[in-house]
Design a protein around this ligand. Structure first.
Ligand code: ADP
Ligand code: MG
Length: 580
């Protein structure tokens, strides 16, 4: 293996030459405390940056094995280390001299959620950070001295600061590992307690603004406090501030209605539950908002494509004899899109649905007595959610948490009614029941048939083509909610539980991966998604990169849930399926 000195010499030799000479750098270099791998060298200063890895042997990094003793602790520690590298980069590499991305150093640091990422590997042999660097140039002329400063001075300082245990904030690192383990322990407890979500007392749910996931400042936010009747206390494997339990509101399986006046915090609570499928960084305020991992936000999404989804439980006998058993649309309506979103979530195993009236189609949610009187059922294709919500729970065990401030019709079907008043929850199930008793509506249950099964679909591999022009595989995340897949663009604008652009990127590659590997004309979407999930959890995200050669690192991937992968598959406009 070449040495640090070899790297210095090469940089001096190519100084002032054309950018292509940087290609000579590819390879591995032994530094005093780490090994530097230069895996990919960019073609020019404006191209996607070069990819490097720095690997520190564990006997040098000295990170105690207790901090990665299980998957959950490893996740928390790795996340902390990524953030620590990011911070060190911020303080080290202010200067960006040269053209394009010259001098840039970056790591795929996350936002408020803690997600498994390809950017950090932590195991019993080594800790390895995967980074991107912009090799410096003026125009196309190599700035060798700048590169020397970057790779031989700054980079070692970053590694020392961010990856050596002795220089880390050790208690903060331990807190991340402990916390992440706690979060997943709570998530596991939910099922046994027949809960679908838990919101700890003192949680801070509101965000700083509509475009930020940072918490609202403590001075303004009203901290969460469970209604006494819904209070549960859960055990923590690691004590927090000397306490081995955490108390808060448990949301039971079944149908939960969140009511309350406008602006009293209903949607804020639901949004916290949506993101509660992921652990959050310490200080976020939602650390102990824990939701069933299969919870899926359901909303209306007019304009989306639908491919042969059996939406009959909600939409039947469409005008013009259009087929609802294998419903297709290139431009779905509010109600058909919301129906398809439910069916497709159930198809891959969602057990909890999260629905907000703000983002729902009214005619999908309710059809009141007066409307039933005026428009007879045979002229209304829609069976509103209210007439299926209980059946979903009774037959399939699907719970729903529903924000509904606008219609009391749901009082009849709710198991639990929570009233939000000035950002505080109150249990009002009894009152709501009494009102439903005393103010009878003439509303009739409208259900043409009983819903016995969810029709599964088999995706066809030939509908997936990631090629574009001369490239066999062209997959990219264009922002958080758009995937470029070959020549197609997949719109994930309304897939709200997608939280990180590195998940978006991983989803793009995952579609290609599952299409080439598992779509055999027999496996269903559900089976394929579960295979993908098991595979990625076992083999890590590195497996997704089809360009992986000679240890080249996989770039910036974060683990998506199967629900978001399936959502992208369903929104891919060339998707073809057969129903099972
Ligand atoms: P609703 O859905 O009931 O109409 P929202 O959840 O949209 O209400 O909340 C309305 C506003 O109140 C938002 O701007 C939100 O940030 C703020 N808010 C929500 N919860 C809290 C809280 N616990 N403390 C302070 N402000 C809050
Ligand atoms: Mg709202």
């Amino acid at each position: 293996m070449r040495s640090e000195q070899d790297l210095r010499q090469t940089l001096r030799r190519i100084d002032g030459r054309g950018y292509k000479a940087y290609k000579d750098l590819k390879g591995a270099y032994r530094f005093s405390v780490f090994t530097l791998f230069i895996d990919h060298v960019q073609g020019d200063p404006f191209a996607a940056p070069s990819k490097i890895r720095v690997r520190v042997p564990l006997e040098t990094a000295k990170i105690p094995s207790d901090l990665f003793a299980n998957l959950e602790r490893r996740l928390g520690s790795s996340d902390f280390l990524i953030r620590s590298v990011h911070k060190a980069i911020q303080t080290e590499s202010r200067s960006h001299r040269g053209t394009g991305k010259s001098g840039l150093i970056s790591i795929d640091v996350g936002g408020q959620e803690i997600l498994p990422r390809a950017a950090m590997v932590l195991n019993t042999d080594f800790v390895e950070a995967r980074m991107e660097v912009g090799l410096p140039a003026r125009g196309r002329t190599i700035l060798g001295r700048e590169a020397e400063a970057m790779l031989l001075d700054k980079l070692p300082r970053i590694v020392e600061k961010a990856l050596l245990y002795e220089h880390l904030d050790q208690s903060a690192l331990c807190a991340f590992a402990d916390y992440t383990e706690n979060y997943f322990a709570l998530q596991k407890q939910l099922k046994a307690l027949r809960l679908v979500a838990f919101v700890a007392d003192q949680s801070v749910l509101p965000r700083e603004s509509g475009i930020s996931q940072k918490p609202m400042p403590a001075a303004e936010a009203v901290p969460f406090k469970s209604p006494p009747e819904l209070n549960v206390t859960l055990k923590l494997p690691n004590a927090v501030n000397g306490r081995e339990t955490v108390s808060g509101m448990g949301i039971s399986a079944g149908i939960t209605l969140i009511v309350g006046g406008g602006f009293h915090g209903k949607s804020t609570l639901l949004k916290a539950l949506e993101r509660g499928v992921y652990p959050h960084v310490l200080g976020d305020g939602r650390e102990y908002v824990v939701t069933d991992p299969t919870a899926v936000k359901i909303r209306a999404e007019d304009g989306r494509r639908i491919e042969k989804t059996d939406i009959r439980p909600f939409i039947n006998h469409l005008p013009g004899g259009k087929n609802a058993k294998a419903f297709c649309s290139d431009d779905a309506s509010g109600s058909t899109s919301q129906s398809a979103n439910i069916i497709e979530a159930l198809e891959v195993g969602a057990e909890v649905l999260l629905i907000d009236e703000d983002t729902s189609a009214t005619n999908f949610m309710i059809r009141d007595a007066r409307m039933q009187a005026l428009v007879s059922k045979d002229l209304e294709p829609i069976t509103p959610l209210i007439d299926r919500i209980h059946e979903m729970f009774d037959r399939f065990g699907i719970s729903t948490v529903l924000v509904m401030g606008g219609s009391g019709d749901y009082f009849q079907v709710a198991d639990t009614v929570i009233l939000m008043r000035e950002y505080r929850p109150f249990l009002v199930t009894e009152q709501a029941r009494a009102i439903a008793e005393s103010m009878k509506t003439e509303r009739k249950l409208e259900r043409e048939f009983e819903w016995h099964k969810i029709t599964e679909r088999i995706p066809l591999a030939q509908s997936f083509d990631a090629s574009k022009g001369r490239k066999d595989v062209k997959i990219e995340a264009r922002g958080l909610r758009t995937i470029q897949f070959g020549t197609q663009s997949i719109d994930l604008q309304n897939v709200e539980q997608l939280v990180d652009i590195s998940q978006t990127r991983a989803i793009g590659y995952a579609l290609h991966f599952v299409a080439t590997r598992w779509m055999d004309g027999r496996r269903t979407i559900r089976e394929i998604m579960h295979l993908a999930d098991d595979y990625l959890r076992q083999n890590g995200l590195d497996a997704l990169n089809p360009f992986r050669r000679g240890g080249e690192h996989p770039g910036s991937f974060a683990l998506p849930r199967i629900f978001e992968i399936a959502a992208a598959l369903n929104r891919y406009r060339r998707l073809k399926v057969e129903q099972k």
